[in-house]
Design a protein around this ligand. Structure first.
Ligand SMILES: NC(=O)C1=CN([C@@H]2O[C@H](COP(=O)(O)OP(=O)(O)OC[C@H]3O[C@@H](n4cnc5c(N)ncnc54)[C@H](O)[C@@H]3O)[C@@H](O)[C@H]2O)C=CC1
Ligand SMILES: O=C(O)[C@H]1O[C@H](OP(=O)(O)OP(=O)(O)OC[C@H]2O[C@@H](n3ccc(=O)[nH]c3=O)[C@H](O)[C@@H]2O)[C@H](O)[C@@H](O)[C@@H]1O
Length: 466
C-alpha cells in the first residue's frame, strides 16, 4: 500500500504526518503546486505552527514521509490518493460569496484521471458540498488509460492549535463510500491507532453532509453564546456565569460556550455559507435563512466590539494608540484566515486609530496583507485613504508590553496564554490614563486589572454594550 496526498496545507500536512508516524511501513507522499510550501515542509521551519507537529514530522520525514511538487509521480505510484486542497468561498460568478469554489478539487480529479493506471482509491479529505463525489466520479470515469476508481469521503475534524492531539485521539473517523473493500482499506489505515468502534462507516452523501453540519453546529454554539453576551451587557448578567450554568446541563454540555469577539478560521463561515447555498439550491429558503443567521450574528459581534471600543473611549479613537494583542484567529496557530482581529482592526483604522499589533506567531507582512485585503471592495480595489491607513497607522511590534507603551487602550483579540501572566502594574505605568482594557476573549483577570487601575471591559460583562 502506498499513499499520496494532494495539498500540503493545514490539513494535508499534519494528517499525512500522523498517518506516516503511525504506519511506518506505508510510504506517504505529500504533494503541492506551491514550491515554497513544499520547501518549508522539507526544512526545519515548517509552514504551519502547530504544537507537537515538529516532532511528528521529524520522526517520519525521510523514513516514509516525503514532500514534493511532483504531483504526477505521486498519483502514478499511489494506491490511495487523498485530496486535501482548499475549497474557498467563490468570489466570482454564480454563487459568489456563498458557494464553494470547487476548481481545485476538479483540477485534482482531472489530473488523476489523466495520469492514473490500474486501480486507485480516491479519498475526499477536503470539506465539500454534499454530492461532490458524484462529480468527482464522473470526471474520473473519463480516465484515458483505463484506470478504475473507488471514491471515498473521509472529512477531517481536526481543529487548528490542537491538530496533533485531535489526529491522535479523534472523537471519530468518518468514512463514506460505496465499495466495502475500499472502505475497509482506509479503515485499516486508521485502525492502526484509532479504536474500531470510533471508525464510522456511512454512505457518501451522509459523510459529505456530516462535515458541513458539524461545523455549522459548532459555529452556531459560538454565535448563540455571543448573542447572549450582548444581552448580558445590557442587563448586568455575566456571560461566563450563564455559560457555566447552562453548560452543566448534560444535554447542553460545557464545550464551545466561550463568548468572544467572534469566531474566525478558514472554515466556519465558508462552510455555513456553503450550506446556505445548498439549501437555497434545493429550494429550502427557511433552512437557508436559519443557518445564515449564524454568520450574520458573527459579523454583528465583530462590529459591535469595535464600536464598543470607540463609544467607551469618549466616542473617538482618532489619533489614539490602541495596542492589539493577538491577530491569529485563535491561540496556538499562526493562521489568520477570517480572524476577528482583521475586522476589528479595519474598523478601528477607519476611525483613524493608531494600532500597535503584537502576535507571537503571525508575521508582519501577513498582518498587512490581511488588513489591506479587508479594506478592499468586492473586486479587491483598495482606496488610497485605506491604503495609507494600513501603511501609516499600523506598527507591528515584538512584545505585548511594547504594543501597550504610550497606548490609550489594549484590545485582546486572541487568547494567547502569555497575556495572562504579564506584569500589568508595569504595563499601566507606560500607558496613557485612563488606561482601558477591552478583553475580547475574557481571558484576563478582571479583578486584578481593576485593582491595578485599568478600566476593564469584557465580552458579555457590564460595560461595552451600555
Ligand atoms: N484548516 C483546517 O483546520 C481544516 C480544513 N478542512 C478542509 O480541508 C481542506 C484544505 O484546507 P487547508 O489545509 O486549510 O487548506 P490550505 O489552503 O492550507 O492548503 C491547501 C493546499 O492545496 C494546494 N493545492 C490547491 N490546488 C492544488 C492542485 N491542483 N494540486 C496540488 N496542490 C494544490 C494549495 O497550494 C495549498 O497549499 C478545505 O476543504 C478545508 O475546508 C477540514 C478540516 C480542518
Ligand atoms: O473544518 C474545520 O476547519 C475545522 O473547524 C473548526 O476548527 P478551527 O476553526 O480550527 O478552530 P475552533 O477551535 O473550532 O475555533 C473556531 C473559532 O471559534 C472561536 N471559538 C471557539 C469556541 C468557543 O467557545 N468560542 C469561540 O469564540 C475560536 O476562537 C475560533 O476563532 C472545528 O472545530 C473543527 O472540528 C473543524 O475540523
Amino acid at each position: 500500500m502506498k499513499i499520496c496526498c494532494i495539498g500540503a496545507g493545514y490539513v494535508g500536512g499534519p494528517t499525512m504526518a500522523m498517518i506516516a508516524k503511525q504506519c511506518p511501513d506505508i510510504p506517504v507522499h505529500v504533494v503541492d503546486l506551491n514550491q515554497a510550501r513544499i520547501d518549508a515542509w522539507n526544512s526545519d521551519e515548517l509552514p504551519i505552527y502547530e504544537p507537537g507537529l515538529d516532532e511528528v514530522v521529524k520522526e517520519a520525514r525521510g523514513r516514509n514521509l516525503t514532500f514534493s511538487t511532483d504531483v504526477d509521480k505521486a498519483i502514478a505510484e499511489a494506491d490511495m490518493i487523498f485530496i486535501a486542497v482548499n475549497t474557498p468561498t467563490k468570489t466570482f460568478g454564480v454563487g459568489a460569496g456563498r458557494a464553494a469554489n470547487l476548481e481545485f478539487i476538479e483540477k485534482c480529479a482531472r489530473r488523476i484521471a489523466e495520469v492514473a493506471q490500474g486501480h486507485k482509491i480516491v479519498v475526499e479529505k477536503s470539506t465539500l458540498p454534499v454530492r461532490t463525489a458524484e462529480a468527482v466520479k464522473r470526471i474520473l470515469s473519463s480516465a484515458n488509460q483505463g484506470a478504475t476508481f473507488d471514491v471515498l469521503s473521509n472529512p477531517e475534524f481536526l481543529a487548528e492549535g490542537t491538530a496533533i492531539e485531535d489526529l491522535l485521539n479523534p472523537d471519530r473517523v468518518l468514512i463514506g463510500g460505496e465499495s466495502e473493500a475500499a472502505i475497509e482499506a482506509l479503515s485499516d489505515v486508521y485502525a492502526r491507532w484509532v479504536p474500531k468502534t470510533q471508525i464510522l462507516k456511512t454512505n457518501l452523501w451522509s459523510s459529505e453532509l456530516s462535515k458541513l453540519t458539524a461545523n455549522a453546529f459548532l459555529a452556531q454554539r459560538v454565535s448563540s453564546i455571543n448573542a447572549i453576551s450582548a444581552l448580558c451587557e445590557a442587563t448586568e448578567a455575566d456571560v461566563d456565569e450563564v455559560a457555566r450554568a447552562i453548560g452543566m446541563d448534560s444535554r447542553i454540555g460545557p464545550k464551545f460556550l466561550k463568548a468572544s469577539v467572534g469566531f474566525g478560521g478558514s472554515c466556519f463561515q465558508k462552510d455555513i455559507l456553503n450550506l446556505v447555498y445548498l439549501c437555497e439550491h434545493f429550494g429550502l429558503r427557511e433552512v437557508a435563512a436559519y443557518w445564515e443567521q449564524v454568520v450574520i450574528m458573527n459579523d454583528y459581534q465583530k462590529r459591535r466590539f469595535a464600536e464598543g471600543i470607540c463609544r467607551t473611549m469618549f466616542s473617538t479613537v482618532s489619533d489614539k494608540k490602541i495596542a492589539i494583542w493577538g491577530f491569529a484567529f485563535k491561540k496556538d496557530t499562526n493562521d489568520t484566515r477570517e480572524s476577528a482581529a482583521i475586522y476589528v482592526c479595519r474598523d478601528l483604522l477607519r476611525e483613524r486609530a493608531r494600532l500597535a499589533i503584537y502576535d507571537p506567531q503571525v508575521p508582519e507582512d501577513k498582518m498587512r496583507f490581511d488588513l489591506l485585503a479587508a479594506m478592499g471592495d468586492l473586486s479587491g480595489t483598495v482606496s488610497d485613504i485605506d491604503r495609507k491607513l494600513v501603511e501609516n497607522n499600523v506598527t507591528v511590534v515584538h512584545s505585548a508590553e511594547a504594543a501597550a507603551e504610550e497606548a490609550h487602550a489594549i484590545a485582546v483579540l486572541t487568547e494567547w496564554d502569555e497575556f495572562k501572566s504579564l506584569d500589568f502594574k508595569k504595563i499601566i505605568e507606560t500607558m496613557k490614563a485612563p488606561a482601558f482594557v477591552f478583553d475580547g476573549r475574557n481571558v484576563l483577570n478582571r479583578a486584578m486589572l481593576d485593582e491595578v487601575g485599568f478600566e476593564t471591559i469584557g465580552i458579555g460583562k457590564s460595560g461595552i454594550g451600555g
